[in-house]
Design a protein around this ligand. Sequence first.
Ligand code: C2E
Ligand code: MG
Ligand code: MG
Length: 468
Amino acid sequence: MKQAHSLIPDSGDDRIHRITGVYSKPVKDHPITMKGSCCSLTGPLTNLPVRQNLSVAVQLAAQKGRGAAVMVVKIGALTEINHWQGYEVGDRVIRTVMGRIEASLQENDFVGRLGGGHFLVFLNHGRQPDRLDERVQMLLTAVSEPMHFGGGPLLINASAGVSLMPEDAGNADELLRNAELALRTARAGCARFFSRDLQAHLAGYAEVRSAMVGALEREEFFLVYQPQVCAASGRMFGVEALLRWQSPTLGLVPPDRFIPVAENVGLMPQLGAWVLASACRQASLWRARGTPLRVAVNISASQLEDPQFANQVRAILGEQALPPALLELEVTESMLVGDVAECQRALEAIRQAGVKLALDDFGTGYSNLAYLRHFTFDTLKIDRLFTNAITGDSSGDTLVRAIVAMGSELGQDIVAEGVETPEQAEALRKLGCSRLQGYYFSRPVPAAEISMIPDVQFTSARSGSFLG
Ligand code: C2E
Ligand code: MG
Ligand code: MG
């Protein structure tokens, strides 16, 4: 056994050495065996050895005519964990993640740490790319399991970007860059595969960033509102406030494109506060006119992390004389990272103020029930992926039925998002969703148009009460 930092063959043939920690030993009987890892917590300043290993692995796969995937896994919660729990716990998280990835590797795969909370995984798929999706998801699921180091559970929040060879690129450098680009747009708990469209989309990033400077002061942002309809009565129960940006140079920019940029440039706390104040002002106006509507507002991670956030919400409610139950704040699973106790405190402070709390896009992230039982939500919003799956046959209903059963057990309201057809509306109502939202009822519209939206007649509607 000898010390090594690399998978580079050193014996003149194409044999690769198994790497365990910083030691390697040749693997008998296998001309190329790369299952293993190259990582060291006290490792070199650059990630050159990992990238060299990738180069060799890519070359060998190309020589053998094998396909492969380069996956970059990111542990989103590492900064929070280092901050709240200390670097020692952070190191244990890194080691545990390495161990979990190693455990799911197969022959000719390897893992290396790129630095921070980023890991490179090389997955050889031979000539069977069809199982790759499944392998990537299984690996991510294994990595994401909460960790226990004595205190409360730690939530890891892993996501991944994947680039395929030979489809996306044929050399290590480009494969890695493509995987990292894909990672930048991956939702928490999810893997995103590289595509040329994605590259074009990200090319506009710098443009968005520079156009955003001063946009809030120039009043280029505005809100639109999308109705949520009570499934029992067909009447409007509330609205979701959705942010829009009309840029003089870029035109109307969708939130999926500008919100990540606003997060990155540090504009989100300010922009989020503006959204909250504007939505509450509008809710107060509707109430004063005798048509109270609950307004749902999406909040971002940087708002939730602010220890003053709950006080800020209370102050806005006070200024607008708005009853707290007319405000619902929507968070996504990706915000529930790091120390469970800290997240619980942040969410409880909001509920203590009497404000409703909704879990948005349920079912698209990690959605581990063990994970979620640590938090109390008033509302679960089923992602539109599940609504789309409702096509008339019963297979699409199964998951919604399970979510509704779980939500009812926990006393939660279930909102179905993305309802586009009367058939979906009827099916979701029958499955027990309490509120429905989607283009079938209305697209997001300016506040002034909300009062013009008529009630809905369901085929077999029961009578129900307004504002539940
Ligand atoms: P979200 O909170 O899940 O909002 C629902 C999105 O689904 C909205 O997209 C809405 O227009 C769209 N949608 C609604 N009904 C349908 C339908 O029937 N079919 C389809 N295909 N889509 C439907 P939008 O407005 O583009 O917002 C996208 C995301 O941007 C939101 O997802 C939310 O995560 C984020 N976002 C929007 N406004 C804000 C904000 O003020 N603050 C923060 N932090 N995030 C926001
Ligand atoms: Mg939402
Ligand atoms: Mg949603």
